[in-house]
Write a protein that binds this ligand. Sequence first.
Ligand code: FCB
Length: 450
Amino acid sequence: MSAHTAPKRQDFPADFRWGVSTSSFQIEGAAREAGKGESIWDRFCSEPGRIRDGSNGDVACDHYHRFPQDLDLAKSLGVNAYRFSIAWPRILPNGRGAVNDAGLAFYDRLVDAMLARGLDPWATLYHWDLPQPLQDQGGWTSRDTVSAFLEYADVVTRRLGDRVKHWITHNEPWCSCMMGYWEGVHAPGGRNLADAMQACHHVLLSHGQAVPLIRTNSAGAKVGITLSLHPISAASDSAQDLAAARRHDGLRNRWFLDPLFGRGYPEDTLALLGDAAPTVQPGDLNDIAAPTDFLGVNYYFPEMVADDPAGSHGPMRAKLVERHGVERTGFGWEVSPQGLVDLLTRVQRDYSPAVIQLTENGSTFEDVLTPDGHVHDAERLSYLQRHLSALRRAMDAGVPVKGYFAWSLLDNFEWAEGYLRRFGIAYVDYATQRRILKDSGIWYGQFLRD
Ligand code: FCB
């Protein structure tokens, strides 16, 4: 780790958005309360062997009941924005059709509580908890799910659109589609690349078609989508590895960025996908390219790849290789603040979004609650500080970043890892549901209040 001076809030513009990021399934709990329907994550958790610690989201951080205290905690840090997601199955338990007013009423209270604390609500419509009844009809592989999403988006934005002025249609289509329908590690646990690509197309289409609808229902709102993006390098200077890096980048990054920025799907990636390429109807690409107000970027780690001539890791014929001697998080993810600079400058160079919002960035380590009641998470603190400094460098290089949201306010249900991975800047003692600000959270608060 190189010597590093802590960043200062004054280094950033006065109107910069400072936030924390969360998602419904990961924190809310109340899985069967107030008319909520089953989500694909409820179902996935009930299948043996899916979640590493055998846990589920039934209680999670019990945020559904404890949100006033959680928002107090966020406010105490000095953030001015709060990113959360809405659980579709609370609103439309069957995915479409009957609206559950109690679900809408919960988000009414949640949003009002944010506003009362001076927190600007940033709502994500889809952070992976699809209603199970839609999955029973094919989930995102079915084009009907696009119209169901529009129905849901319409109901939610009509109800909350007067108060919520920042909308994110989808969080990380890579994860919901590729990890959910191809790699089999996320709900619904599919293992078919063609399904994943079709799902991905429908997710992007639902995004693009929702943008004008959200604008109609939420006057003056800023609307965008959040992608998980990775800077990608080749394991060597060989022509083979360089070409593999380009192919991998095609599926990992360009597959999403190109159509969103009006270029359609990348030709090279389409050719490699062959039969697994999605069915695209006339007009779809035009819809996907609906102009947005910002691009949400979630940054966690860079990837290094080598040629994989046998294609045993998929049709991009690229395999991930571990860089040696680098710092890693508890997840094994490489820690690379410079990767954030590389990623953002690349996105800016190749796509020039008018505004970028860093909607997630964070790390997991083995946290220890010490007898004196503290969590001395020096590694997470250092991760946070160095990524903020990297963000400043990217901005100095001309990247129009307007906001940063730390992932996450609280330790929470980390998907297939259950509660084994703690990403919070506040520790959650799950036995008592007590929240304890970690050193990283204490520092973030000092930084913001400075
Ligand atoms: C991102 C997800 C978020 C969280 C972090 C660690 O991919 O958007 O829900 O799980 O990773």
